[in-house]
Design a protein around this ligand. Structure first.
Ligand code: HEM
Length: 382
């Protein structure tokens, strides 16, 4: 980086890590003016960590994205946030998630069996995308026979997040909402043992949730959990194959799979950063952030801060205490982390067993939003 940092520039979009040292050393409180609204970026581990824990000053009330959006469901501050989170928490505890290990392993094998050409297949399209989508639609109780439509809606959602103007995507986003609302109404009339049935039965102060309130939670699970887990799997496999000795070591020492997943979350986090809004002026070592400003918490840059990690630029399978911020921190710490971890571990284990000679056939194609990091294609052989 010569002067300044532009998260929208083609150079930074193509490889966000080119900017991290600049942010960490020269601009720990960076102000980016060429955006509406302009926003600040915090990148040092200590600063990001402190901000995530100080929810009075760094509020989620105006959304996690770069624009000011009205508070909704889980994307808000306590106590509303606490209530919404508690509705689905039980289904996502490590214990509840561990029970799905066998079915997710079976699914991973089935997806590999269904590849049309093992000598030229797409790790994103055939494996990393369908795996988390099938798991979450099963948990929610949505029919799985319409995977192509979900793929399309998922693509549109990601495109909309990356667009300067999301208006052209509104119609299709509306179709997804209408589809989900129909399932919500069906479960209200005829409850089953799934998550949506649980949500429609939930009560707050003796009052049930409206369909729209249930929709906001379902959306958060569906949108927040799919593309991210897909990206974790593609980013991790891409990095391991690009640095072949890492892949070979994992084939020989599969007990390092958990370490590989954590290191991928540190080195290539699918969510590079998310936003908070300040409720007061904040003076930091690198500058002052005024009240009512949008601030990006740069998890990915913080994960490469040499003040917090030894040899941060090395992808290491031997890191002992990997306290990365790939899932955020504090009250908004990723609810789906146990599920994402299990899916990524299973996906990698099955690949190492079934495709030890896997090769990259290219670098794939990066997804659009500047605050997310993943690929929409990853051609491989083997
Ligand atoms: C590798 C995959 C994933 C990554 C990298 C990821 C990342 C994150 C991050 C960084 C946050 C914090 C947001 C903030 O601080 O503003 C978050 C929150 C959240 N994630 Fe994930 N996530 C992943 C998978 C999932 C999955 C599989 C689910 C559910 C099916 C999920 C559901 C959620 C929910 C509901 C929240 C909001 C929690 C709250 O505000 O209390 N995520 N995620």
């Amino acid at each position: 980086m010569v002067d300044g940092y532009d998260p929208l520039s083609p150079e930074v979009r193509a490889e966000p890590s080119v900017a991290y040292q600049h942010l960490l050393e020269e601009a720990p409180v960076h102000f980016f003016e060429q955006f509406e609204p302009p926003f600040y970026t915090l990148s040092r581990f200590e600063d990001v960590q402190s901000a995530l824990l100080d929810i009075e000053t760094y509020s989620s009330e105006w959304g996690q994205g770069p624009r000011f959006s009205p508070p909704s469901g889980m994307l808000s501050n306590p106590p509303q946030h606490t209530f919404y989170r508690s509705l689905v928490q039980k289904a996502f505890t490590p214990k509840a998630i561990a029970e799905q290990a066998d079915s997710i392993t079976e699914l991973s094998h089935q997806l590999l069996d269904e590849r049309t050409d093992p000598n030229n297949w797409d790790l994103h399209e055939d494996y990393a995308f369908p795996l988390p989508v099938i798991v979450i639609v099963n948990m929610l109780g949505i029919p799985t026979d319409d995977l192509q439509r979900f793929k399309h809606w998922s693509d549109v959602t990601v495109e909309a997040m990356g667009a300067e103007d999301p208006t052209p995507y509104a119609e299709e986003m509306g179709q997804l909402a209408a589809y989900l609302l129909e399932v919500i109404r069906e479960r209200r009339a005829d409850p089953r043992g799934d998550l949506i049935s649980g949500l429609v039965a939930a009560e707050q102060d003796g009052k049930g949730l409206t369909d729209e309130e249930v929709l906001s939670v379902v959306n958060q699970l569906f949108v927040g959990g799919n593309e991210t887990t897909t990206s974790l799997i593609t980013n991790m496999v891409w990095r391991l194959l690009a640095d072949r000795p890492l892949w070979e070591r994992l084939v020989a020492e599969p007990e390092l799979i958990d370490a590989a997943v954590e290191e991928s979350l540190r080195f290539d986090p699918p969510v590079l950063g998310l936003y908070r809004s300040t409720t007061r002026d904040v003076a930091l070592e690198g500058g002052t952030i005024p009240k009512d400003a949008k601030v990006m918490m740069h998890y990915a840059a913080a994960n490469r801060d040499p003040r917090a990690f030894d040899s941060p630029e090395e992808f290491s399978l031997d890191r002992e205490r990997n306290r990365h911020l790939g899932f955020g921190l504090g009250v908004h710490f990723c609810l789906g982390a146990p599920l994402a971890r299990l899916e990524a571990r299973v996906a990698l284990r099955t690949l190492l067993q079934r495709c030890p000679d896997l090769q990259l056939l290219g670098d794939g194609e990066r997804i659009a939003p500047y605050f997310l990091w993943g690929r929409k294609r990853l051609p491989v052989a083997g």
